[in-house]
Design a protein around this ligand. Sequence first.
Ligand code: PLP
Length: 385
Amino acid sequence: MNIVYFDNNATTMVAPEVFESMRPFFCDNYGNASSMHSFGGSVAKAVSNAREQVASLLGCDASEIIFTSGGTESDNAAIMGTLVSVPDRRKIITTRVEHPAVLEVCRSLEGHGYEVVEIGVDKNGRVDMDQLTEAIDDDTALVSVMYANNETGTIFPVEKIAEMAAAKGVAFHTDAVQAVGKLDINLSKSAIHVLSMSGHKLHAQKGVGILYVKKGTRLTPFMQGGHQEGGRRAGTENVPAIVGLGKACELAAENMEKEKTFVRALRDSLEKGILETCPDSFVNGDVENRLVNTTNISFEFIEGEAILLMMDRYGICASSGSACTSGSLEPSHVLRAMGVPFTAAHGSIRFSLSRYNTQAQVDFVIDKVPAVINRLRELSPFVTK
Ligand code: PLP
């Protein structure tokens, strides 16, 4: 069976060019980048080259890039590292729609004397800027707002928020895991202090990412131990993954404009095809301002998990907005924060595309999904027959 992979916000295929760039660093150039010998030195050069490639995509200086094990570590390091640096401030401001790598860390700090303010969003997933402005005060240690939402693709005005925070002398972190490689980001002109990204969302491998830390920002290292990464993140570098991440960033920079047009056309065609053929379905998120690869569609009165299982029979991979917790289906915290009705939040499906998808795949999904939805509605106890 052919796989139609429309789950690229979960993870992406490693680009063949990325895979090739990594290959020499397993069995040939396997030295330790910290070693004194020239064998290790050549590996250190490769790491340094990758740092330049990442910095070039982000429009920052290579010295501002710290390699990490991925988005989750970067988010943890950004939050914990900032708080330790400003011990006299006890307030953290974030949003209700962050990824758990931010939200759960912030919530865990509530038990340690921190006040956590979670800013709400409107029905399109747009952050409440008035509430945010009001919340930033002299006791605020950190504002952390994601660049783009992983479930709906909604893009947040992070540059504006970073400027608001900077004007009040407050550090600003953004989880840009879903944004890097999909949106133009130029950190040299930005007030963002700290930014997280993850390799496996842009065709590099899993388990590698970066933390950008603007020059002059106070951030206490989260991982203690060796002196790697200029003493800012201990642990022997994952060299093949870092080299691959550098290559993935180079490819993203080269192809971003072309891909934006291509992937948006595929996504729009998919969305239109589904909405036209499936009654009682609608798009969640800010349709005017979202990632070009993402559409989150609610199908009323049926469960997302059931849709996923039936699509899986055709090899179609996507994600649902519900997570099965302790035997019951919990609708996504993002859709709940947006006030999406219970009946629709349960039946939400996220399709997320990439440059490796085709119009033929989109046509296949448009052909199969209406039958899946009709069949499940026939079985649904919530639909009057
Ligand atoms: N932040 C966002 C917005 C994400 O979508 C993800 C992964 O889905 C993460 C953080 C975690 O990144 P990683 O899987 O690299 O730990």
